[in-house]
Design a protein around this ligand. Structure first.
Ligand code: MV4
Length: 461
C-alpha cells in the first residue's frame, strides 16, 4: 500500500480524500494556490506545498508544479479528485511516466471516454443501448439530413469533445438542422478546439440516471447502484439521490448489468460513472465519467462502502475488497449541493467571508464541507461550499430528513442556496418523484416561494 499520497485538489473533495487516507494509515500532501493558504485542506494534510498563484492555470492545473510537489515530498501516488486535472489523460500519462501512482483509471480509458462520440461507439459495440443517431461524427449536411430523416425530428447535435451539456443544439426540422450544425460546429471549434459533432434523436423529458462502477486490475467489475441526478440548473446538478424511484426492478437490473458490461468491455479500472438517459422503461448510454464524482456519497450511504478507499486500494494493485453479491442496498439517500450563490440573482457567485456557521447533524446526516467560521470564499474557484447527504429508511424519510437538515443549516456572511434547496425538497412534485431534466425549466424564485412551470409528460414512480 502507498505510504504517502498527494491530493491534487482543493475544497471538500481534498478533505474527503485525505479522510480516507487517514483511515488507511496513509500520510497526505496538500497542494494549494496562494489564495488557498487558509484552506482546511492545507491544515488537514500532513504536509502542504504552495504551487502558485490564484488562477487555476498557475496552480491546480499546472502539471509540472504538481508533479514536482509529489517528487519533493516523496508522495507515491496522486489522487486528482474531481474537476481540475481529474479527466486529463495527458496529466495521468505524465504522472505514470514519472513513476508516480495514478489513483484513477488508465490514461487510455480517460482519453477514450473523453471523446463523447468515440465513447458512444465503444458502448454501442459493447452491446449497450444508445440513443439512435449518427455512427460517429457527422461532417456534411446531406448526411445529417438523411440521418435526421431516418430517426425523426427533433434531433440534438452534440460536440464530440463536449460533455456536461456544453456545445449542444436542438433542431426541430430540416430547415433548422443545416443552420444548427454550422453553429454547433463553430461553437465546438472555439470551445474545445474540435469541430466534430454527432447527431441523435432528442428525448423530450428524460431522467438523468447514472451507475456507479468500480473495477480493479484483476478483472473484477462491480456496480454500486444508480443515482438519479435529474434536478439540475444549466447542467449543474443540484440534488442527487439513490435509488432512482422511476425504475422498476427489471429495468434497474438491466441498467446495472449494461453498465457493468460496458465497463468490462474496456477493462475499466478505478471508480467511474456511466450516465444514461431514461425515458419510460427505456434507457440509453450517454457518457462515461472517468473520475470520482461530486455525488459519490449518495452511493456510499446506500451501500456503506467507501469509494475513495477502494480507488486507492485498486491503484495500489489490490483486488476489490468485496464482490457484487456482498453489495447490499439499504434505504434511500439524497444529496443537496449548497453553493455560495444568490438564487434571486441568477445564481451569481457570492464570494465573501463566512460568519456564523452551523452545519446539520443527527441521525442519518453526513456533511462534506470545507467551510468554517472566518473562512473567506474567493472568486477563483467553484462556488460549492457544502454537500448535505442524508440516509433514510425510505424516500419519504430521506426527504423529511433533508428538509430538517436544511432548516438546521446556518451559513451567515454569504448568499447561499440553502432556502432554494429547501423549497425544491418541499415541492409536491419533487415529493411525488416526478423528476426530469426539465424539472427546473421556467421556474421562478423570489427568495421565499418557488413556482415551477407546468411539466409535460413526466410521470411519477
Ligand atoms: C440529451 C437530451 C435529450 N435527448 N440527449 C445534457 C448534458 C449532456 N451530457 C447531454 N444532455 C442531454 N442530452 C438527447 N438525445 C437532454 C440532455 C439534457 C440533460 C441531460 C442530463 C441532465 C440534465 C439535462 C438538461 C438538459 C438537457
Amino acid at each position: 500500500m502507498f505510504k504517502k499520497i498527494l491530493v491534487a485538489n482543493r475544497g471538500e473533495i481534498a478533505l474527503r480524500v485525505m479522510r480516507a487516507c487517514k483511515e488507511m494509515g496513509i500520510a497526505t500532501v496538500a497542494v494549494h494556490s496562494e489564495a488557498d493558504i487558509d484552506s482546511l485542506h492545507v491544515r488537514f494534510a500532513d504536509e502542504a506545498v504552495c504551487i502558485g498563484p490564484n488562477l487555476p492555470g498557475e496552480s491546480y492545473l499546472n502539471f509540472n508544479r504538481i508533479i514536482s510537489a509529489a517528487e519533493i515530498t516523496s508522495a507515491e501516488a496522486i489522487h486528482p479528485g474531481y474537476g481540475f486535472l481529474s479527466e486529463n489523460a495527458e496529466f495521468a500519462e505524465a504522472v505514470v511516466s514519472c513513476g508516480i501512482g495514478w489513483i484513477g483509471p488508465s490514461p487510455s480509458a480517460v482519453e477514450k471516454m473523453g471523446n463523447k462520440s468515440v465513447a458512444k461507439d465503444t458502448m454501442r459495440s459493447a452491446g449497450l443501448p444508445v440513443i439512435p443517431g449518427s455512427d460517429g461524427a457527422v461532417t456534411d449536411e446531406k448526411e445529417a439530413l438523411r440521418i435526421a430523416d431516418e430517426i425523426g425530428y427533433p434531433v440534438i447535435i452534440k460536440a464530440a469533445s463536449g460533455g456536461g451539456g456544453r456545445g449542444m443544439r436542438v433542431a426541430r426540422d430540416p430547415q433548422d438542422l443545416a443552420n444548427a450544425i454550422l453553429i454547433a460546429r463553430a461553437e465546438a471549434e472555439s470551445a474545445f478546439g474540435d469541430a466534430s459533432v454527432y447527431l441523435e434523436k432528442y428525448l423530450p423529458t428524460p431522467r438523468h440516471v447514472e451507475v456507479q462502477l468500480l473495477g480493479d486490475s484483476h478483472g473484477s467489475i462491480v456496480h454500486m447502484g444508480e443515482r438519479e441526478c435529474s434536478i439540475q440548473r444549466r447542467h449543474q446538478k443540484l440534488i442527487e439521490e439513490s435509488p432512482c424511484v422511476a425504475l422498476k426492478p427489471s429495468v434497474r437490473e438491466r441498467l446495472h448489468a449494461a453498465a457493468v458490461q460496458g465497463a468490462r468491455a474496456m477493462n475499466y479500472t478505478s471508480a467511474g460513472t456511466m450516465e444514461f438517459l431514461v425515458q419510460g422503461d427505456e434507457f440509453y448510454f450517454m457518457e462515461m465519467n472517468t473520475r470520482i464524482q461530486v455525488e459519490h456519497p449518495v452511493s456510499e450511504m446506500v451501500t456503506g462502502r467507501d469509494l475513495i478507499k477502494e480507488m486507492i486500494a485498486i491503484a495500489a494493485g489490490q483486488p476489490l475488497s468485496f464482490t457484487q453479491k456482498e453489495v447490499r442496498f439499504t434505504g434511500h439517500a439524497i444529496e443537496c449541493r449548497i453553493n455560495a450563490e444568490d438564487p434571486t440573482r441568477d445564481f451569481m457567485p457570492c464570494p465573501g467571508t463566512i460568519g456564523f456557521v452551523h452545519l446539520p447533524g443527527g441521525m442519518g446526516v453526513r456533511v462534506d464541507s470545507h467551510i468554517y467560521q472566518g473562512y473567506t470564499i474567493t472568486p477563483y474557484y467553484d462556488s460549492m461550499i457544502a454537500k448535505i447527504i442524508v440516509l433514510g429508511l425510505d424516500r419519504d424519510e430521506a426527504v423529511g430528513r433533508m428538509i430538517r437538515s436544511l432548516e438546521e443549516c446556518v451559513v451567515d456572511g454569504v448568499k447561499n442556496t440553502i432556502e432554494f434547496q429547501r423549497a425544491i425538497l418541499s415541492a409536491p412534485r419533487f415529493q411525488r418523484g416526478e423528476l426530469s431534466t426539465k424539472f427546473l425549466d421556467g421556474f421562478s424564485w423570489d427568495g421565499r416561494t418557488l413556482s415551477l412551470a407546468e411539466p409535460v409528460g413526466v410521470v411519477a414512480a
